[in-house]
Write a protein that binds this ligand. Sequence first.
Ligand SMILES: NC(=O)c1ccc[n+]([C@@H]2O[C@H](COP(=O)([O-])OP(=O)(O)OC[C@H]3O[C@@H](n4cnc5c(N)ncnc54)[C@H](O)[C@@H]3O)[C@@H](O)[C@H]2O)c1
Length: 265
Amino acid sequence: MAAIFKFPGVAFITGAGGTGIGAAVARNFARSGCSRIAITDINKKSLDQTQEAILRINPKVQVYSQEGDISDDTFVDSFTASISKAFSQIDYAVNCAGILGDSLRSTETSVSVFDKINNVNYRGMWLSSRAALSQMLKQEPLADHPGQRGAIVNIASQLGIVARPGAAPYCASKAAIINMTRSDAIDYSRDGIRVNCVCPGVIDTPMTTSSEEMIARLKPAIDIAPMQRMGTSEEVASAVLFLCSTSSSFIQGHALVVDGGYTIS
Ligand SMILES: NC(=O)c1ccc[n+]([C@@H]2O[C@H](COP(=O)([O-])OP(=O)(O)OC[C@H]3O[C@@H](n4cnc5c(N)ncnc54)[C@H](O)[C@@H]3O)[C@@H](O)[C@H]2O)c1
């Protein structure tokens, strides 16, 4: 993707490991001239791959990378404090870390599975969003971002808007993210912070292609979407970077679907 937006500030991305949406967002910040990028993921090996990919795009980018569990408040608070110490600010926070879970109806789902999905998807996103907001409140808008002290983009899902079989905890966690986004957008507008979310459809990432069972499970959802294909991580990253950029300066509390038309059909 060619660079469209400019990012003179500091980007912070969770779930940035590997070949998924977070990694694509991190690479696209680097391609768009962002020179200070903080990344985290629970998987150190895949996180290292993202760091290498960023440095291949631009060896001058300062990358601050640390593996950890996004549902652990101690880790989230200490990592964001370290970013603030290293880079003095956080201007664009993109919360991507998430898990899908097995295809089970609620009566087949254990409490521990429910807690795990919600702890990573909802609690983890609230923790990292809250930590970024805390730092953003302490900083002044950059000269290139008049009026924008920070921008947060949470990755929800089309399944926060519509539901699918066998995924009640996941669907609910993503719906929670959409309304958490709106609530934070209301609360922090007066501070010059924009909070939006992106709702991807079925995207070709390890989450959706890691097994034959998963591919078969998602095929009907691809077939009924008007565009009848999976999206790419790059297509989601483009929407995320738009929402972080000053080109979206009047967009607040929005849930932007990137789903090939799934939710309109
Ligand atoms: N792929 C899709 O079709 C799709 C559709 C809608 C929404 N999403 C959402 O997009 C986001 C990114 O998913 P993806 O498709 O890139 O999948 P992915 O599996 O490639 O990426 C998710 C990343 O989150 C990390 N992660 C998981 N648990 C974590 C934890 N406890 N702490 C820190 N990191 C953790 C994983 O290691 C992984 O790198 C998720 O929130 C997902 O729910 C994906």
